[in-house]
Ligand binder design. Structure first.
Ligand code: PLP
Length: 434
């Protein structure tokens, strides 16, 4: 038997057929030798290459797909210095928060706004800035967990504020909050959007407008990041599937002192958390030592600026999430039929589907959509493409929903489907062959 090659020899043998840098190929080689799979080393290297971060075609119909990076976003910047912390008017040191914060404040109808890493950071910072050891009231119906272990009681504990639970799981009244202020020394109320679940039946909750009458700051974690319930950036009226979703502008108008929301949910921007509302409270958040730890980088601020300007121009077409979310299903159906025709997908059918907003927003809400249905489960073959296609399986058939596919990717998707069908046909054939 041949002696196995040395790690270095094997890594060098892999180099001509792999774009991976030498130190990574060394790891692959070491793994191949240790597991006695030297013959498969090239495949191991390809696997390692395939899992690098890469653009994928989202054919799931889930507009904000947590596994696929939530809102789709294109943003390019030059390899250049920017005025990130330079005040171009005075030449003095500026704040990275000032410019984008001001645009966001205008967009939300707020006095001021600032940006942090995500909405979880926004909640953490806001509570911490209120003051460690002080008590904040939250309804027992709003002690939510959002995917990825964001749990309101845990975040509150980390911020150092004391959680005072009020009301019951299904009903919380203004009087419950008032009692907490009188008896437990509560200094603020936190209203948390339930986001990913609903309590139905014998329920009652207290609106922001009512909380605003209590005389302590109202903090509203609306999570989803709908900027304005009227959606003035769309050509038509707000889509019916948005009904009931809290919006930043209306929540502030109703009397919230601060609203907190994600940048990459219904806002359709980069991962970020936005804190908007009363200037002195935003300033207090900015002064807290955690603000430095949670601050966004220049790339995120630049992307957020572009999206915020699009909203201020009322140009929903410039926000990819809204462009996709507002497409009429009829056009999607036509695209599906055209793709089936052009790629000669004889087994495929254009079908009506249901898209969902996703991202832990609007549970149970669907958006009429259309796509392509193919027999069999092709999801593995589609995912292994150079440009991976992520589809779903329903009743033994593969469904590609076109709402979340950019028309620029239609060709790519059609080729992928034709390739996956040929692949599985080949596999089935080889299985029955003698
Ligand atoms: C999604 C969500 C969060 C967490 O937002 P991230 O930006 O993912 O940190 C917090 N609160 C609510 C109500 C949410 O819906």
């Amino acid at each position: 038997m041949d002696r196995p090659p040395s790690v270095d020899q094997l890594a060098r043998r892999l180099a001509p057929s792999s774009p991976l840098p030498h130190p990574v190929l060394v790891e692959v080689a070491r793994e191949a030798i240790a597991s006695d799979r030297v013959a498969e080393a090239e495949e191991l290297a390809r696997r390692r290459e395939r899992v690098l971060l890469t653009p994928v075609v989202n054919a799931t119909g889930v507009l904000l797909h947590t596994n696929l990076g939530r809102a789709p976003l294109a943003h390019a910047v030059e390899a250049s210095y920017t005025n990130l912390e330079l005040d171009l008017e005075t030449g003095a040191r500026g704040s990275r928060q000032a410019v984008v914060g001001r645009l966001l404040a205008t967009a939300c109808g707020a006095e001021a706004a600032m940006v942090v890493n995500n909405c979880a950071s926004a909640v953490l910072l806001t509570l911490a800035a209120l003051g460690t050891g002080r008590a904040v009231a939250v309804s027992r119906g709003e002690l939510v967990e959002i995917g990825g272990a964001f749990r309101v009681p845990d975040v509150m504990a980390q911020s150092g504020v004391q959680l005072v639970e009020v009301g019951t799981t299904n009903r919380t009244r203004l009087a419950d909050y008032r009692r907490a202020i009188d008896e437990a020394g509560v200094v603020a109320t936190l209203k948390v959007h339930q986001s990913n679940y609903r309590i139905v039946g014998f329920t009652e909750d207290t609106a922001v407008a009512e909380l605003a009458t209590l005389g302590v700051p109202v903090l509203a974690d609306i999570g989803s990041g709908l900027l304005d319930a009227a959606c003035p950036w769309l050509d038509g009226p707000p889509p019916p599937w948005l009904a009931g979703e809290p919006a930043a502008r209306q929540t502030l108008a109703a009397g919230a002192d601060l609203v907190l929301f994600s940048g990459d949910k219904l806002f359709g921007g980069p991962q970020a958390g936005i804190i908007a509302g009363r200037a002195e409270l935003v300033a207090a958040c900015g002064r807290h030592p955690l603000a430095r730890a949670l601050r966004p980088g220049g790339l995120v601020l630049s992307a957020l600026q572009a999206i915020t300007l699009a909203y201020l121009r009322r140009d929903g077409q410039a926000v990819p999430f809204w462009r996709m979310a507002s497409l009429p299903a009829t056009g999607l159906r036509e695209r599906a039929a055209a793709m089936i025709d052009q790629a000669g997908l004889s087994d495929a059918r254009a079908v009506d589907t249901e898209s969902v907003p996703g991202g832990g927003t609007l549970p149970g809400v669907t958006i009429p959509s259309a796509g392509i249905r193919l027999p069999g489960d092709l999801t593995d073959a589609l995912r292994r493409r150079h440009r991976p296609v992520i589809a779903r399986v329903d009743n033994g058939a593969t469904i590609c929903d076109l709402r979340t596919v950019s028309p620029d990717d239609d060709r790519e998707l059609a080729d992928a489907l034709a390739g996956a069908l040929a692949d599985t046909a080949g596999r089935d054939h080889s299985r029955v062959a003698p």
